[in-house]
Design a protein around this ligand. Structure first.
Ligand code: ADP
Length: 199
């Protein structure tokens, strides 16, 4: 199955673009949704996390305390590596399972941190939704209602625009109006269909 890794920084337009692929009948897998599913209460993922990090990562209702977990990994990069080496294989296994159920010629896998996580080799092509950093700030701020400082902290933790551009095979330019997106998505959709049949 031809797998297109759709990536881009916060507020760049990944969700907007993925909806346009869905409108055209492409299968879209959201890695964030899968990442949440593998640590649902009762899951082997959550059990493994508790065994490694203790019950302090659980809320009273038994669900994962994401804020506590984020706090722990933010303070300690070794903890972050341990967490990633536990979770990433589970997430990729679940993605493979999801892909095996798909009957479309290709799939779009949305992975916000594709470049940062070094998982480029897991996809056949990297499709970047690109816009300027000021546009990212403005759009993410408007959407999430968070402070400029909070957005800056997220931007600082992500790859730079240049790093993403260097990794990309295909680029959707989302600097201008959303009206410029459907034609770009349509052209890529046709191209991916052709590539999938050539595989
Ligand atoms: P991401 O999924 O990459 O974080 P979204 O697709 O959610 O980004 O887009 C971020 C916000 O910006 C959303 O509210 C979306 O409606 C808006 N948006 C996306 N593209 C544009 C654009 N070209 N011009 C103006 N607003 C946009």
């Amino acid at each position: 199955m031809l797998t297109i890794g759709l990536t881009g920084g916060i507020g760049s337009g990944k969700s907007t673009v993925s909806r346009l692929f869905e409108d055209r009948g492409a299968a879209v897998i959201d890695s964030d949704i899968i990442a949440r599913r593998v640590v649902e209460p009762g899951s082997p993922g959550l059990t493994a996390l508790v065994e490694t990090f203790g019950t302090q990562i659980l809320k009273d209702d038994g669900t994962l305390d994401r804020a506590a977990m984020r706090d722990m990994v933010f303070r300690n990069s070794q903890t972050r590596h341990r967490l990633e080496s536990l979770l990433h294989p589970m997430i990729w296994d679940a993605i493979e399972q999801e892909k095996s159920k798909i009957a479309t010629p290709y799939c779009v896998l949305v992975v916000p941190l594709l470049v940062e996580s070094g998982a480029q080799g897991r996809v056949d092509r990297i499709l970047l939704v690109d816009c300027s950093v000021p546009s990212q700030r403005e759009r993410a701020g408007r959407r999430d209602g968070v402070s400029p400082q909070q957005i800056q902290a997220i931007l600082d933790a992500q790859a730079t625009r240049e790093q993403r551009l260097a990794a990309a095979d295909d680029i959707i330019d989302n600097e201008k109006s959303v009206d410029t997106l459907p034609a770009q998505v349509e052209a890529l959709h046709q191209r991916y269909l052709r590539m999938a049949t050539a595989c």
